[in-house]
Ligand binder design. Structure first.
Ligand code: NAD
Ligand code: TYD
Length: 339
């Protein structure tokens, strides 16, 4: 089949493309990506020449461009990773999050209706459920947990999720939706916690921990997420949502200390900075449905995954050094200077 993967020059989308090309060599993968600050064509260099792969620079909000691509490729399926994805940026400037995450998703689904499609899969986040208290480890997000987004980012993703389910109910569009917990692994943009701390550690720069570092995130190695999305795409039931996570809750401060230990850097680099506005306390996914229905379980434990990730950033310094030498510097100054 031909699969359009949007946002495939970003972190999870690129890992998904690598997974698909190796797991399903019979499929054709067409990556459509606007190449925002978060998209990086050099990430896709290893597959650029493959005959079953095509890259198209495209904004998912560009209706004429999206329709032209569908006309040309006649895709069997679409997997939508394209999004503005960073909470701190959404607090600074929400508008582009509403545009790409909600309007863009709508444009893609309109094209799916117009040209006919076997499956539209929306890549969602557990952040749409809001947060859980730190002292209630018995509580987990299930697919039935009400949406209660806290940030402009998560609210825009919740809007997209609602639209996806509405297109299923109203037009019968064959959709699936997955909501994953925090990912980590190769090719993650160094604005997110783990790669930012690795890069700063390697440059002996302060490690800015928000608040007291007690917030909890539920971490999943990116390849496990990619396998799960592939499984939902092929075997998931139409109109259903699947939570993806591996029961791996960690306090932020413990992750930063682990990174220091792995890199042999002193914990004195840790600097507590002003907390994020509206900072979600804890995320924790109940993945029982995807395990029960599709037999998915994570394969990479956290310690192993973190070591592999750190190794990747050590071995691929030019990938992230190029990023942090550009516009990133002014982002960093805006976000962390005087915090
Ligand atoms: P990312 O920011 O690394 O990549 C986003 C990609 O989308 C970039 O390549 C960017 O160029 C592209 N893009 C942005 N706007 C676009 C537009 N208008 N048209 C076309 N392309 C556009 O994000 P990521 O971390 O890889 O996340 C991918 C998806 O997974 C997002 O939908 C995100 O909400 C979701 N998600 C992420 C996580 C996580 O931990 N990173 C967890 C759960 C879900
Ligand atoms: P992040 O990687 O931005 O993911 P999200 O907010 O979408 O879960 O942040 C993960 C956690 O790490 C979150 O609680 C905020 C915190 N954090 C810091 O303490 N310092 C930082 O510099 C960053 C980027 C995040």
């Amino acid at each position: 089949m031909t699969v359009i993967v949007t946002g495939g020059a970003g972190f999870i989308g690129s890992n998904f493309i690598f997974h698909m090309l190796s797991a399903h060599p019979e499929d054709r993968i067409v990556c459509a990506d606007k190449l925002t600050y978060a998209g990086n064509l050099s990430t896709l260099r290893p597959v650029m020449e493959e005959s079953s792969f095509r890259f198209v620079k495209l904004d998912i909000c560009d209706r004429a461009g999206v329709y032209a691509l569908f006309e040309e490729e006649k895709p069997d399926a679409v997997v939508n990773f394209a999004a503005e994805s960073h909470v701190d940026r959404s607090i600074e400037d929400p508008g582009v999050f509403l545009r790409t995450n909600i309007i863009g998703t709508g444009v893609l689904m309109d094209a799916c209706r117009e040209f006919g499609i076997g499956r539209f899969h929306q890549v969602g986040t557990d952040e749409v459920y809001g947060d859980l208290p730190l002292d209630r480890s018995d509580l987990l997000f299930t697919e039935e947990t009400p949406l209660r987004a806290s940030s402009p980012y998560s609210a825009s993703k919740a809007g997209a999720d609602l639209l996806v389910m509405a297109y299923h109910r109203t037009y019968g569009l064959p959709v699936t939706l997955s909501r994953c917990s925090n990912n980590y692994g190769p090719y993650q943009f160094p604005e997110k916690l783990i790669p930012l701390m690795i890069a700063n550690c390697l440059n002996d720069k302060p490690l800015p921990v928000y608040g007291e570092g007690k917030n909890v995130r539920d971490w999943l190695y990116v390849e496990d997420h990619c396998r799960a999305v592939d499984l939902v795409l092929r075997k998931g039931r139409e109109g259903e949502c699947y939570n993806i996570g591996g029961h791996n809750e960690m306090h932020n401060i413990d992750i930063v200390k682990l990174i220091c230990a792995e890199l042999g850097k002193p914990e004195s680099l840790i600097t507590f900075v002003t907390d994020r506005k509206g900072h979600d306390q804890r995320y924790a996914i109940d993945p029982a449905k995807i395990r029960r229905e599709l037999g998915w379980t994570p394969e990479t434990g956290f310690q192993d995954g973190l070591r592999k990730t750190i190794r990747w950033y050590l071995d691929n310094r030019s990938w992230w050094e190029e990023i942090i030498s550009g516009e990133y510097q002014s982002y960093y100054q805006r976000m962390y200077g005087g915090r």
